[in-house]
Design a protein around this ligand. Sequence first.
Ligand code: NAP
Length: 270
Amino acid sequence: MTNSFAAKYGPWALVTGASRGLGAEFARQCAERGLNIIQIATNADLLKAQADAIIRDYGVEVRTIALDLSREDILPEITPVTDSLEVGLLVNNAGISRVRPFLEHSLDQLVKQLHVNTRAGLVLAYHFGRKMAERRRGGIIFLSSGSAMCGTAYCANYAGTKAYNLVIAESLWYELRRYGVDVLGFMAGSTKTPGWDANEPKPYRFVKVMDVKPVVAEALEALGKKPSLIAGRSNRLGYFLMGRTVSRARAIRIVSKSIEKMFGPFDDTV
Ligand SMILES: NC(=O)c1ccc[n+]([C@@H]2O[C@H](COP(=O)([O-])OP(=O)(O)OC[C@H]3O[C@@H](n4cnc5c(N)ncnc54)[C@H](OP(=O)(O)O)[C@@H]3O)[C@@H](O)[C@H]2O)c1
């Protein structure tokens, strides 16, 4: 398992948003499978601690790029580190998620979210996808979300970015197969991470919060086997039933009400 994963997706994995949460776990599980790691996020201290732990625990090499992925010029900051390395796996994980009414965000925050959640992944997939296609092997994972499945109030822009990630991943799953490049759109469900906690969710009986380890393991196992995957069996069942039994409007109401229960109440001041 470990060797075939490294042979297909090694020798280097680039993981964005690797300083904590799902990205940190992607970096660790890729290292466990024998890949060297390039990790990107803005928090240099967290990245340093994460690099030390990966080197200690798995004995692989780690390169770190402390970079704000909302910037226009991300490639000139990344390629000096990556040009001499063979990146066989790209995990477009970095994301900004803030649950609050649309009009309470500043426009700058929303545009930054759009750039980190979608533009950065597009730029990296184009750059590294081309090199993978030339080598006739590689893998790309786009982090999507259950909120990509239908409109989700109080996460409108976020849900839009995650729908983009799902659709570009599924499209490239078909298109890049001919070059031996596997692509996966991974709809992480509610998962216990610093980003999840920062939104201060309240327990809600219909939402089971998952741990990062099994969620990331599911994604790495699904890569190369399917175009997209919803994390967690109960989430898969829930979205399957919702997609077939209720109207689009009802689905939007159901998920938006669950956001209100977990993250509300929201007031209506503008
Ligand atoms: N947790 C969930 O329930 C859940 C559910 C569905 C989908 N997802 C998706 O899974 C991914 C990871 O989520 P998470 O819960 O692990 O989030 P998290 O705990 O907030 O971690 C987000 C990561 O993204 C990095 N990041 C944020 N802004 C950045 C920027 N401007 N430039 C570079 N890096 C940046 C953060 O690092 P720095 O702060 O150091 O920059 C951090 O490493 C996201 O794409 C999210 O949408 C999560």
